[in-house]
Design a protein around this ligand. Structure first.
Ligand code: UD1
Length: 421
């Protein structure tokens, strides 16, 4: 497993390009199972989770080519509708194949995703939604076995807004008989990207960008081409890298509307931010970081996927900040590791109370999950001395070569391949 060695203290400066959104790609790719033929996904990020989804789709018989950032998926010869544990255990988003396989082929057998690094992540809303569309679903030996001759449209009221359940039901409903209404649907930009892709395939979805999606079922869908939206979490992570090092950076290929809340919070913390079309510039030179509270919420609220990185920034703020995660109450694996770097953080239930300190100190720290690892890298960039971030395969799941991007901005960061950890 690889590790990063970071010598902290360099103010970042320069420009870097943001890649396509991981969470959009992971929904767009299985959506192609609803068609027969070649779909083209442009601006696909080259990262581990995308490769995991490619392997799973290839297992079903999808033929793939990945050139630069263009991913072509040919679904003409699907041979299997079974997603085995070996594939699904690597990535929870594999459950996205359930809706499209069921809608198109009338059956799907998908392993239950299993545990997660930070507490339970149920899929009851996916299952209840598909049942509402008329699917028969059984759980057998760790597998979801779903059957339906033809799904039938229905009104679904999600008790919680769920990105994954909205995506799954949305895909399934495109080929259902009649109209489906999803109330309390997720409005995350990645879901909008998916809905737009489905409409390009011939689906009839309205209410995009709202929490009420209306889907009129059609008999068939055709392959299509889509541009994956920019990754708002990668952009946010790099903006915090600029802020925490008191640097000045420019990010290219962004959609600032997708991270408005983060931009506003960074401004409150004292950074100067400018947006111009797809460019975001952050200038944090010579500032003291103000302590700013955040509470995570569904879009357009502060994303849970930026919570860990915000805690890293608040660790060096001038005062006390409270960070509450309302989406995943246990998502705080980074806190004990940040303590190893000298951060002062107390937990009260799902709130981290962070007292900013002048200097973090380099140490060995362990990656536990994707965004937790990002927060450790950010802390390492500003810590005195050397920080080793172990097990960075978590980072590679969701960031395309973040070490290279940070290097382009001047960071002293080195990847050491195949260490013993
Ligand atoms: C997606 C993102 C993930 C992000 C999360 C929240 C992908 C591939 N992953 O995950 O990066 O952190 O959204 O923005 O897009 N819930 C249930 N039952 C369900 C499903 C969810 O109770 O059947 C709960 C979850 O425990 C959580 C909340 O709903 O508290 C939101 O989860 P959800 O939006 O479904 O997250 P994911 O789609 O798994």
């Amino acid at each position: 497993m690889d590790k990063f060695i970071i010598n902290g203290g360099t103010k970042l400066s320069g420009k870097v390009k943001i890649d396509g959104a991981k969470n959009a790609s992971l929904a767009l790719m299985p959506a192609t199972l609803l068609t027969n033929g070649k779909s083209i996904l442009r601006n696909t990020p080259r990262l581990r989770d995308v490769n995991t989804m490619i392997s799973l789709l290839e297992f079903f018989g999808v033929e793939t080519t990945f050139t630069d950032h263009t991913l072509t998926l040919d679904t003409s010869n699907i041979k299997s509708q079974n997603a085995p544990y070996e594939h699904v255990k690597k990535m929870r988003a594999s459950v996205y194949v359930l809706g499209p396989l069921l809608a198109k082929y009338g059956r799907a057998k998908v392993s239950l995703p299993g545990g997660c690094a930070w507490g339970p992540r149920p899929i009851n809303l996916h299952i209840e939604g598909l049942k509402k569309l008329g699917a028969e679903i059984e759980l057998e030996e760790g597998y979801i076995i779903a059957k339906a001759k033809k799904l039938v449209g229905a009104e679904i009221n999600f008790e919680k807004s769920s990105v994954g359940a909205t995506g799954n039901i949305l895909m399934a409903a495109t080929l259902a008989k009649g109209t489906t209404i999803i109330n309390n649907a997720a409005k995350e930009p990645e879901i909008n990207n998916l809905a737009q892709f489905l409409n390009k395939m011939g689906a009839r979805i309205s209410g995009i960008n709202t929490s009420k999606l209306i889907i009129e079922g059609v008999n068939e869908l055709s392959p299509a081409t889509i541009d994956t939206i920019p990754d708002r979490i990668e952009a946010g992570t790099l903006l915090i890298a600029g802020a925490i090092t008191k640097g000045k950076i420019e990010l290219q290929n962004c959609n600032f509307e997708h991270i408005n809340i983060l931009i506003n919070k960074l401004k409150e913390s004292g950074c100067k931010l400018f947006v111009n079309n797809d460019l975001i510039t952050l200038d944090a030179s010579n500032i003291d970081i103000n302590p700013i509270d955040i509470s995570t919420a569904v879009y357009p609220g502060f994303p849970t996927d930026m919570q860990a990185q915000w805690i890293a920034l608040m660790s060096v703020a001038k005062g006390v900040a409270n960070v509450t995660d309302n989406i995943y109450l246990d998502r705080f694996n980074h806190v004990p590791e940040l303590l190893r770097l000298g951060a002062s953080i107390k937990m009260i239930e799902n709130t981290a109370i962070i007292t900013g300190i002048k200097k973090l100190k380099g140490a060995k720290v362990m990656s536990t999950d994707l965004r937790a690892s990002a927060s450790l890298v950010l802390a390492g960039l500003v810590a005195d001395g050397t920080t080793e971030v172990l097990r960075v395969y978590h980072l590679d799941r969701g960031y395309q070569l973040i070490d290279e991007k940070l290097k382009m901005l001047g960071a002293d960061i080195k990847r050491v391949e195949g260490t013993e950890y």
